[in-house]
Ligand binder design. Structure first.
Ligand code: ADP
Ligand code: MG
Length: 481
C-alpha cells in the first residue's frame, strides 16, 4: 500500500451522541433499544406548529466536549436548517449549526505509530445537531422499516482539519478522542450502538505537492480497526488510479467489512445542495463566558495530563502511565493501590499484569473487580516484605478475585507463607539435585542456563513457597558455582 511517491491526506468527521436523558429539542427519552417509535412526539416528528426548545444539559455536554478538545467556545452560535429528504427524517430538515458553530479551533496531540512522530490534529469545528431516525433494512424481508426513536437525539459533530497522513495515525487520533470524551463523560462512545460514528475523508497527492487532491468520503465503519482498514484500502485504490493516469471522483463510499472493500453510495452533495438557512424557530444559542468557565473549571484531569503526572509523580515508565490512564477508573484504582502499598512501581505491575489480566479474561471493568484497592495493597505489602513469594502472591490474587476474600486469610489457609528457613530450603535443593543428575552434570560441564530449570524444580517442590533469592544461593552453593 505505501508508495513513497504519494502522500495520503485524511480528515475525519465524528458524530458523537451526547449522554442526555432526553432529546435535543423535546422531552422524549433517548433510551437505546426501546420499542420502535415509542419515544417520539410532535416536536421530533416535525408536526405542524410544534416548536423546539433547546436542552440545557445537551448544551453543557457539548461545551464540555469542546473544552476537553481545546476548542474556543463561542458565546453565540446559530442553529441552522439543513434541508434534505430521507424516509427517516420526517421534518424534511435537520437542525444543525452551519456558519456559526458552537466551537472552533481545537486540537488533539497524538503520536503517529508509523514513525513515532508527534502530530497535532487540529479540530476545525464542533457543532451541535439533532440525529435523524433509523431505516431498518433487515427486519422485514423486502421492506424497509423506519424507527424514529433516534430522531432528535443530541449529537456533536467534530470536524478535523486534513492533518492526518496515515491510517494508523487516524486510528491513534480516534482512540485518543474517544478516551478524552469518555473521561469527560459526555457520551458512552459505543460504536456498536451508533453513539460514535466516523466518516473519513481521504485523498492522495504526489509527495511534496501543496494542493490537496480530490477526496472521497468513507462511511459505515463500525470500529476503529475498520476505519484503519478502509483507509488503507482507499489509499491503495486512489494511488493506483492516479498512478495509471486516472482521476479520483468525489463521492461517498460505503465500507463493506465482510468484503474488505468499499462501494460507491452516492455522488457527494455540496453544501449548497442543502439550502442551509438560520433556524427560524430558535433564537441564537447563547452561552455566557461565566458558564463556559464554570464548565472548564469542572473538567476532570484529562488523559495526557494524567499520563504526564503518573510519570512525574510516581516515576513510572511512559508505557505504564499510558496503560494506567487508559480510562479514569483504572487510574483511580492504581492511585489508591499505590498510596496504600507505598510502592508505585509494584502497584503498577500488579494492576497492569494481574488486575488488567483478570479483567481481560473476564471481560469486565475495574469498577467490578472484587478486589478493593486496599485489599490488593495488603497483598502487595506481603510480597514486598517477603511474607509471600511473587509466585504465591499471584496465586493468592487469583483466589482473591474469585472469592473476594482478603490475602492474609488465604495465605494462612493455603499454607503459602514464604519459606526462608535454610534447613527447609536446603532439603528441597538437595532433593532436586538427587532427582536431576543429568541436568546437574550439564551445569557442571558449563551449560549455565540449566540453572533456570533447576531453580524451577526447587520452586515446584516447595509449591511456590521457597524464597527464590535464598534458595538460589543455596542451590549455587551445592553445585559449587
Ligand atoms: P465538504 O465541504 O466536502 O464536506 P469540508 O471542507 O467541509 O468538505 O471538509 C470535510 C472534512 O474533510 C474535514 O474533516 C476536512 O479536513 C476533510 N478534507 C477536506 N478536504 C480534504 C482533502 N482534499 N483530502 C482529505 N480530507 C479532506
Ligand atoms: Mg462538510
Amino acid at each position: 500500500m505505501t508508495d513513497a511517491a504519494f502522500e495520503a491526506v485524511i480528515g475525519l468527521e465524528i458524530h458523537v451522541q451526547l449522554a442526555t436523558a432526553t432529546k435535543l429539542f423535546c422531552g422524549d427519552l433517548t433510551h437505546f433499544g426501546a420499542a420502535p417509535n415509542t419515544q417520539v412526539c410532535p416536536v421530533c416528528l416535525g408536526l405542524p406548529g410544534a416548536l423546539p426548545v433547546p436542552n440545557a444539559r445537551a448544551v453543557e455536554l457539548a461545551v464540555r466536549a469542546a473544552l476537553a478538545l481545546e476548542c474556543t467556545v463561542h458565546e453565540t452560535s446559530i442553529f441552522a436548517r439543513k434541508n434534505y429528504f430521507y424516509p427517516d427524517l420526517p421534518k424534511g430538515y435537520q437542525i444543525t449549526q452551519f456558519e456559526q458553530p458552537l466551537a472552533t479551533a481545537g486540537g488533539v496531540d497524538v503520536v503517529d505509530p508509523a514513525d513515532g512522530a508527534a502530530v497535532r490534529v487540529c479540530i476545525r469545528r464542533i457543532h451541535m445537531e439533532e440525529d435523524a431516525g433509523k431505516s431498518v433494512h433487515d427486519r422485514f424481508p423486502g421492506l424497509t422499516a423506519v424507527d424514529l426513536n433516534r430522531t432528535g437525539v443530541p449529537l456533536v459533530e467534530i470536524v478535523t482539519e486534513p492533518d492526518l497522513h496515515s491510517p494508523a495515525a487516524a486510528r491513534a487520533f480516534l482512540t485518543r478522542l474517544k478516551q478524552t470524551l469518555l473521561y469527560v463523560e459526555v457520551s458512552d462512545c459505543d460504536m456498536e450502538k451508533g453513539s460514535l460514528r466516523v466518516d473519513a475523508n481521504i485523498s492522495v497527492r504526489r509527495a511534496g505537492e501543496a494542493q490537496l487532491g480530490v477526496k472521497t468520503e468513507l462511511k459505515n465503519m463500525n470500529s476503529f480497526a475498520n476505519v484503519e482498514r478502509a483507509l488503507e484500502y482507499e489509499i491503495a485504490r486512489q494511488t493506483a488510479l492516479v498512478r495509471s493516469g486516472g482521476t479520483v471522483v468525489q463521492e461517498s463510499l460505503l465500507w463493506d467489512a465482510a468484503r474488505g472493500a468499499a462501494r460507491s453510495m452516492r455522488s457527494k452533495e455540496e453544501s449548497h445542495d442543502y439550502r442551509y438557512f438560520p433556524e427560524p424557530d430558535l433564537p441564537p444559542l447563547a452561552v455566557t463566558g461565566t458558564e463556559i468557565e464554570a464548565v472548564r473549571a469542572a473538567l476532570p484531569e484529562l488523559p495526557a495530563a494524567r499520563e504526564a503526572r503518573f510519570q512525574a509523580e510516581y516515576g513510572l515508565p511512559r508505557y505504564d502511565a499510558e496503560v494506567l490512564s487508559a480510562d479514569r477508573a483504572t487510574g483511580h484504582y492504581f492511585e489508591a493501590v499505590a498510596g496504600a502499598a507505598g510502592d508505585a512501581k509494584a502497584a503498577s505491575n500488579w494492576v497492569m499484569m494481574d488486575v488488567l489480566g483478570w479483567l481481560n479474561l473476564h471481560g469486565s471493568r475495574v469498577q467490578d473487580v472484587p478486589v478493593s484497592a486496599e485489599a490488593l495493597a495488603a497483598l502487595i505489602r506481603m510480597v514486598l516484605d517477603g511474607t509471600l513469594s511473587n509466585t504465591a502472591g499471584r496465586r493468592v490474587f487469583q483466589i482473591m478475585a474469585e472469592t473476594g476474600r482478603p490475602a492474609a486469610e488465604l495465605v494462612q489457609e493455603h499454607g503459602l507463607v514464604q519459606v526462608r528457613d535454610d534447613t527447609q530450603l536446603d532439603d528441597w535443593v538437595r532433593a532436586v539435585i538427587d532427582e536431576c543428575p543429568d541436568e546437574v552434570q550439564r551445569f557442571r560441564t558449563g551449560e549455565l542456563k540449566v540453572m533456570g530449570y533447576l531453580m524451577g524444580q526447587v520452586m515446584k517442590k516447595s509449591a511456590g513457597r521457597a524464597d527464590p533469592k535464598r534458595a538460589s544461593e543455596l542451590l549455587r552453593a551445592r553445585l559449587g558455582a
